[in-house]
Design a protein around this ligand. Structure first.
Ligand SMILES: C[S@@+](CC[C@H](N)C(=O)[O-])C[C@H]1O[C@@H](n2cnc3c(N)ncnc32)[C@H](O)[C@@H]1O
Length: 277
């Protein structure tokens, strides 16, 4: 596969830039296992599995986990975390828009920060529907950017936009960000849904740490500018940070949430009572 993918470029720094710790991931796994009433035979698929942050606790507990990702480098990072690839883990390097699995293969399909990257979401959702067992769960999840980091990113975007000589978006990029009403699309297929907050936790970073993530171009938005232009953005942004936050050693904290939208055909089970905010 030679499809270019910026996740290949950022795979080595990806985990450092995230805020899902191992202990939080363990607690989220507990929540998910309870939600889907897992038995030792429950099988999981995560399209866009990346470096495995969400599913490693499931692998370690012996569940059958399949991960598929378009970035070989992200998968390599995942593999490096395990001494050897255990028998209950299958990693597939492929485009998840066409899932290379038979119908009715999985009990749970999990997507985490993934749907927005898929060009044709209807086709992707059709694929998820096809590979899910009839009583299976589709869990669309996100661990939202904590507000203090979101604000930091917004300052960066504002400065970057001043240097904006981005190429016009191609049609394929426009298609990639096309929105669909996920809820309605799945409802029409007979799914019912519930929303859960699996975990809330506090995330703290120094400004220097956050700045380093941008210096290493760890996010998609950092790849829109030329190298020369990007250097100028970073110099101006660092000056802004020193002025605005007072010091690069200043620590900022805010709350993160692991959110789950659970979809299931005939979601009348006791486990599917929403947990309120
Ligand atoms: C934001 S990362 C999320 C990774 C992981 N789910 C997590 O929560 O840390 C998105 C992942 O989706 C993968 N990805 C994007 N589009 C894909 C596609 N069409 N097929 C398979 N993987 C894809 C990327 O390579 C990347 O590893």
């Amino acid at each position: 596969m030679n499809k270019s993918n910026y996740y290949d470029k950022i795979s080595q720094v990806y985990d450092k830039t995230r805020w899902l710790t191992e202990s939080v991931a363990e607690e989220v796994a507990d929540f998910i296992l309870d939600l889907v009433a897992a038995t030792p035979k429950t099988s999981f698929l995560e399209p866009g599995v990346g470096t495995g942050l969400n599913v490693i606790p499931l692998v370690k507990r012996g569940y059958s986990v399949t991960g598929i990702d378009i970035s070989e480098q992200m998968l390599n990072q995942f593999r490096q975390k395990l001494n050897r690839t255990p028998e209950n883990l299958t990693l597939v390097h492929a485009d998840a828009s066409q899932l290379p699995f038979a119908n009715n293969s999985f009990d749970v399909v999990l997507t985490v920060h993934m749907l927005h990257t898929v060009g044709d979401r209807k086709i992707f959702l059709d694929e998820i529907n096809r590979v899910l067992k009839p009583e299976g769960f589709f869990l669309n999840c996100q661990w939202i950017t904590p507000p203090a980091r979101k604000e930091f990113e917004a300052y960066f975007r504002a400065i970057q936009s001043k240097y904006d000589n981005y190429r016009p978006k191609s049609k394929s990029q426009d298609k990639a960000i096309e929105e669909i009403d996920l809820e309605q699309y799945l409802r029409e297929k007979g799914y019912k849904s519930n929303y859960f907050v699996a975990k809330k936790w506090t995330v703290s970073n120094t400004i220097a740490e956050l700045l380093d993530f941008f210096k290493s171009r760890a996010y998609g938005l950092c790849w829109q500018a030329s190298d020369e232009e990007y250097d100028k953005v970073i110099i101006e942004f660092e000056k802004f940070c020193i002025h605005h936050y007072g010091s690069l050693e200043r620590e900022i904290s805010s709350e993160a949430k692991f959110e789950i939208w659970a979809y299931r055909i005939h979601l009348e089970c006791d486990r599917c009572i929403s947990v309120s905010l």
